[in-house]
Design a protein around this ligand. Structure first.
Ligand code: GDP
Ligand code: IMO
Ligand code: MG
Length: 425
């Protein structure tokens, strides 16, 4: 199988974890390339639910899994996730990039103070990437070094003035913080030492020797730092291109770019959401789809499928095919519409607004869609032929409508959270 990049084509939580779990069976290596503990990727298999924040969703297949250079890592949280996975009888085969940046407690404190207006996950993502860009943060290779404690203390000096002047820590707390965090993180370093390596080299060797590498994106294209609904975005690149920069994908090696979309739309946190539903209709969709964040437990905002935004995401991420999830949820709600165009001040527009306040002004133009047939598990299991023609007419029409609009195929349909509730066409 060719190398594959899986990315979210909306605002995250599209079902990337489930799809990566499905595709990992055929892959040799699974690589996370962006984000950190803000991600919550759910995999359900044999009635067990796993929520991965760091560990790639290929873990259940015991494939070698990599946290690439583009990922930011809170070692404490990663350790807990690994221990919980191990205690449930699994053995993680994990490799971590020496170059991946470290999330420290002060990043979370800054995020808690400043992230409110964006509605961040509070995992310290923005401050870590921001200090990475300012070239004052530490990487995994620093916390495994023999002089790790000293390196941590020195790095903390660079942020002391900011932490104290912004009231994040008092002068006294800063001193206590410095010594305790240096000891604590040097210990994590010793724990993670055997896992840390040049992961790009592993990816390169695997790609060159014909092995199949699966790149797992976090968040979604519309949360991309450069092309998303800025400033209501995350602080990393979430596009397929980020698999090259943050995961070691090699330009020129053939790759399949698979975007994941729900059959409707959700978003967690603040920011424009043109097709958002409110009131009873929103509650019904949210409860039917169990739309609560896998990382923070926050209720997700829900709305109609926004094909206009999806097409934009497909274009900027270079998505070649789509996997559509949660068709089973959409089948349980009535009044389905899809947005096919945007109007501002009564004028149809032909661009995706880069300016968040302008996007707030958008009036979506909808096309009504026939209700989607609701199928029993047994009915679904009879449809595993991989043939779109065998699907009920309403689902076939919905797929065809979307494919015609976005001009790429829906090659996978997911009709439940379990691995086997998936049809590959
Ligand atoms: P991710 O962040 O993209 O991996 O997505 P999340 O795990 O945050 O959210 C997706 C949710 O939808 C999870 O609870 C999945 O178990 C669930 N899910 C994925 N695909 C389907 C599907 O086709 N049908 C239903 N009902 N649930 C699904
Ligand atoms: P997965 O990988 C959905 C959102 C947050 C907030 C914004 C910035 O599970 O799809 P951050 O903590 O990254 O600084 O928050 O981005 N966000 C997500 N929304 N799914 C995610 O990840 C998200 N990761 C971040 O809610 O609006
Ligand atoms: Mg998620």
């Amino acid at each position: 199988m060719k190398n594959t990049i899986v990315v979210g084509a909306q605002w995250g939580d599209e079902g990337k974890g489930k799809l990566v779990d499905v595709l990992a069976e055929q892959s040799d290596l699974v690589v996370r390339f962006n984000g950190g503990g803000n991600a919550g990727h759910t995999v359900m298999h044999d009635g067990e639910t796993y929520k991965f924040h760091y560990m790639p969703s290929g873990m259940l297949h015991h494939k070698t899994c990599i946290l690439g250079t583009g990922v930011v890592i809170n070692p404490k949280d990663l350790l807990e996730e690994m221990e919980s996975f191990t205690s449930s009888g699994h053995s993680p085969k994990l490799k971590i990039s020496a170059r991946a940046h470290v999330i420290f407690p002060h990043h979370q404190l800054i995020d808690a103070k400043e992230g409110g207006k964006i509605g961040t996950t509070g995992r310290g993502i923005g401050p870590t990437y921001s200090q990475k860009a300012s070239r004052i943060n530490l990487r995994m290779l620093d916390i495994i070094a023999d002089d790790a404690e000293q390196r941590i203390k020195t790095a903390l000096k660079d942020v002391k003035d900011m932490l104290v002047s912004e009231g994040i820590l008092s002068e006294q707390d800063y001193n206590d913080y410095c010594s305790s965090v240096a000891v604590e993180y040097a210990k994590y370093g010793q724990h993670f030492k055997p896992f840390i390596t040049d992961t790009e080299d592993l990816v390169r060797i695997a790609s060159k020797s014909g092995q199949s590498v699966l790149f797992e994106g976090a968040q979604g294209t519309l949360l991309d730092l450069n092309y998303g609904t800025y400033p209501y975005v995350t602080s990393s690149s979430t596009l397929a291109a980020a698999a090259y920069v943050g995961g070691g994908a090699i330009p020129g090696v053939p790759i399949r770019i698979l975007g994941i979309t729900k059959a409707y739309t959700t978003r967690v946190g603040e920011g424009p959401f043109p097709t958002e539903l409110h009131g009873e209709a929103a509650t019904l969709l949210r409860e039917t789809g169990h739309e609560y964040g896998a990382t923070t437990g926050r209720p997700r905002r829900v709305g109609h499928l926004d094909l206009y935004a999806l097409r934009y995401a497909i274009r900027i991420s270079g998505i070649q095919e789509l996997a559509m999830t949660k068709i089973d949820t959409l089948a349980l709600v009535s009044g389905i519409k899809v947005c096919t165009a945007y109007k501002i001040n009564d004028k149809v527009i032909d661009y995706f607004p880069a300016d968040a306040p302008t996007l707030e002004l958008v009036e979506p133009i909808y096309t009504e869609i026939d209700s989607i047939s609701s199928l029993s598990r047994e009915d679904w299991s009879k449809l595993k032929t991989g043939n779109k023609a065998a699907l009920p007419e309403s689902i076939r029409n919905y797929i065809k409508f979307i494919e015609d609009y976005v001009e790429i195929p829906i090659s996978i349909l997911s009709h439940g959270p379990e691995r086997n509730e998936t049809i590959v066409f």
